[in-house]
Write a protein that binds this ligand. Structure first.
Ligand code: SAM
Length: 295
């Protein structure tokens, strides 16, 4: 199988395509296109794409990363929201017979069905230079909807990459850190400066790889309950966990019940969620579940 060598990924060819189609960047779609071959190579290598892989790309833009993916993978599905990019993608990807462009908002696409149709339900690889304004809903959606993923290799804001990796005690620690670490092992692949993009973003970026755990690192009886507890405790960072869980409309757990369980866990009623490890959230939710069942 011989596929064309990628032509995009440098400023000259990118500008040429943008001019040819008189493309106007849409800020609301978080459009910052990659123009650095070195970074593109790094993304492909860290995602470990092989000729057996079916890859989903979110937000192909003018098709830069898509060309690299198509050159290495068995098949690629690229989901793009912007009407103006669709004719450009037809042009830049015309040499590749293994790419399907899906013209849709990624948050409306049933990715589990896509994996079922294109990969027989086997775990897929997700690779993307994400639109930064919806990074968190995309990641949470992939995990919470149980899309069969093997790994997710993505460009995100540096600060978001830090949030995914951090633990208790850091100001960046929150619901995203716990969700990512429950489902996957995060690894920082590279820090990427603004001059690797067109136009340049105002913030630094990073490539992070999330490798799905075969089995979550903690045992949780009711995942939904645990994430409700996690969200409630970080929604009200300044409140104690006991108050946070009592005030959350979807939980409304009586203060005494949470306080008693925290005592049993040796944590004390004044504890705040931001100091708690994933294993402690798991234990708390398992104990609350048990207490609720026995009421
Ligand atoms: N992959 C290209 C690259 O690296 O040069 C472009 C990356 S750019 C950061 C993000 C891309 O996501 C843009 O093409 C944008 O139009 C697209 N996008 C934004 N919101 C989207 C959504 N809700 N669904 C699908 N694509 C979206």
């Amino acid at each position: 199988m011989s596929r064309p060598v990628p032509t995009l990924g440098n400023p000259k060819n990118t500008i040429e395509i943008l001019n040819k189609y008189k493309f106007v960047f849409q800020k609301r779609f978080g459009q910052n296109f990659l123009i650095d071959e070195h970074v593109l190579g790094k993304i492909i290598r860290s995602a470990e794409i092989t000729e057996d892989d079916f890859v989903i790309e979110i937000g192909p833009g003018i098709g830069t990363l898509t060309q690299y993916l198509a050159a290495s993978a068995r098949e690629v599905a690229a989901i793009e929201i912007d009407d103006a990019l669709i004719p450009i993608l037809e042009d830049t990807l015309s040499g590749y017979d293994n790419v399907t462009v899906i013209h849709e908002d990624v948050l409306k696409v049933d990715l589990t069905r896509l994996a079922e149709e294109k990969n027989g339900g086997k775990p897929v690889k997700i690779v993307a230079n994400l639109p930064y304004y919806i990074t968190t809903p995309i990641i949470m959606g992939l995990f919470e909807n149980h899309v069969p993923v093997d790994s997710i290799t993505i460009m995100v804001q540096k600060e978001v990459a830090d949030r995914m990796k951090t633990g208790p005690g850091s100001k960046d620690y929150g619901a995203l850190s716990l969700a990512v670490q429950y489902y996957a092992r995060p690894e920082l692949v590279a820090n990427v400066p603004p001059n690797c993009f067109m136009p340049r973003p105002r913030v630094g970026s990073a490539v992070i790889r999330l490798t799905r755990h075969e089995k979550p690192p903690v045992r949780v009886q009711d995942e939904k309950l645990m994430f409700q507890i996690i969200r409630a405790s970080f929604n009200q960072r300044r409140k104690t966990l006991v108050n946070g869980l009592c005030n959350a409309p979807e939980l409304r757990i009586p203060k005494e019940r949470t306080a008693a369980i925290l005592e049993e866990m040796g944590l004390g009623a004044g504890v705040r969620g931001e100091t708690m490890e994933l294993s402690q959230f798991a234990e708390l939710s398992n104990r609350l579940k048990k207490a609720d069942a026995s009421v």
